[in-house]
Design a protein around this ligand. Sequence first.
Ligand code: FBP
Length: 253
Amino acid sequence: MKSKSSHLGKLVRNGKVLILAMDQGMEHGPKDFDERNINPEYVIDIACKGGFTGFAIQKGIAKHYKENYSGKVPLVLKLNGKTNIAPKDEAYSPPIASVKEAAALGADAVGYTIYVGSPREAEMFREFGKIQEEADDYGLPTVVWAYPRGKYVPDEKSVEMVSYAARVALELGADIVKINYPGSVDGMRKVVAAAGRTKVISAGGSKQPDAEFLQKVRDIMAGGACGLAVGRNVWQNENPMKITQEIKKIVFG
Ligand code: FBP
């Protein structure tokens, strides 16, 4: 069994992280995809050839397409997930895979979504606590998607809420926290400060024109984040490899 630092060494390159996320099939449904990227092989090819430090997917894709990505890009297996059909008020993402399955699939990290502030926050904390403990046993780093959400959260992307979520990830023992960009470089700095020694990466968000998105990447990095876990802005792009190269120039300098 490899040590946690050797797994982290794959995910973090020169202190920076660039994960390609494709859990949107579960989280958003087929509406996020077109006739090209609806085929998982299309996105897997981008993950493998793009030089990403990780590829975040659910276990079904991980199992059915193992031969396509294995050994070519580090796997970040998402261990919970939900659709966006149910109302957001009671935001909850149930566990659907185990750390054992992640290890058997050759994952280099496990991913877990926690809706901070949700009425069901306690359940998610408890479930992640167990996963955190098992991940430590397997030497696997944890990446927490920390999203403030639910009927008590007035603004999911306010600096205050995103900083709180980042801090919660630190308190829960996450190695890396993925947050939604809080809208400004200053806001990002506050989030990074709140996260302490937990590394902060930002989601990409919905598809933007290239120049706007690349400015957002610059701002994310200027705010002290160590990278991104990006999905739609790469595989919905007309030229995914070109935008990936541009993102890499900014993230890895
Ligand atoms: P994007 O870069 O496409 O925004 O992906 C980031 C991500 O966190 C995905 O990993 C996840 O599927 C999705 O966003 C969650 O989005 P939402 O905020 O709608 O739940």
